[in-house]
Design a protein around this ligand. Sequence first.
Ligand code: AKB
Length: 319
Amino acid sequence: METDTILVIGSSGQIGTELVAELRTRYGRDRVIASDIKPATPEQLSEGPYEVIDALNRDQIFEVVKKYGVNQVYLLAALLSATAEKNPMFAWKLNMESLFHILEMAREGHIRKIYWPSSIAVFGLTTPRDNTPQFTVIEPGTVYGISKQAGERWCEWYHNKYGVDVRSIRYPGLIGWKSAPGGGTTDYAVHIYHEALANNSYNCFLAENTTLPMMYMPDAIRATIEIMTAPAEQIRYRGGYNIAGMSFSPKEIAMAIKKHQPDFTITYQPDFRQAIADSWPRSIDDAVAREHWGWKPQFDLDRMTEEMLVNLKKVNNLV
Ligand code: AKB
């Protein structure tokens, strides 16, 4: 059997940080190459192989693929919804060109499996907002969403035309304590825990009843590895799979925090991210992922809140 050697591009981001650690426990430290546009920190260097890669630089990626004999790539480098609205041309370039580099390398036979994240941002104002089905109207209203929709179509095209083994998930908002989010509309659901512990209050950039699909990071990492390790015949859809974890509003997450910190207060000051959130689903129907590759979430809001607060207290020396 061919040994897997995995390259994670964009490994210092919110998902990459946790994904690299989990992949290394499964495949071994030296079988997982972390890479990001930023140079490694001393801690990252001590954890395993690390290369500086600009996801827009095909030659740089190819050199690392050859150097280590990489056969799987997880391409996580991207500009997310809020940042992309401020820098639309660069977001489109980064999100699309990096994907083409990897799809082409697979078509040419240099790598044999790709993971590329999609997002609930593929949905837009004309999509049914509750229990949004896998197959529905998809008219995204953000640059990020447009890039994810186009990327999904290209993934499917490369699979159908050239047999490229590319797999994808439409992530909801992701919440974890090990790494910081950057540039997303759902980032408030991470910031709120940090602020609850630091100041016992939070000023939210979304309105109180803005319900969005969310997921605790351990579920998201497990979903990512499960879809990548499932037998190819189970992955019958090569665009992004809907996966659901939980859905909540800022008011509801504040209530969950109040169960641990009764004096916690939240205020609301919606900004430009409100319009993005208002164009996204409130909840997701993930029946197709469940049926095809056995997806099942494990965390709800209360369990996640407890874990977030306990772990953030530990890492911030508050216990
Ligand atoms: C964002 O808010 O942009 C991301 C996403 C839902 O893909 N977290």
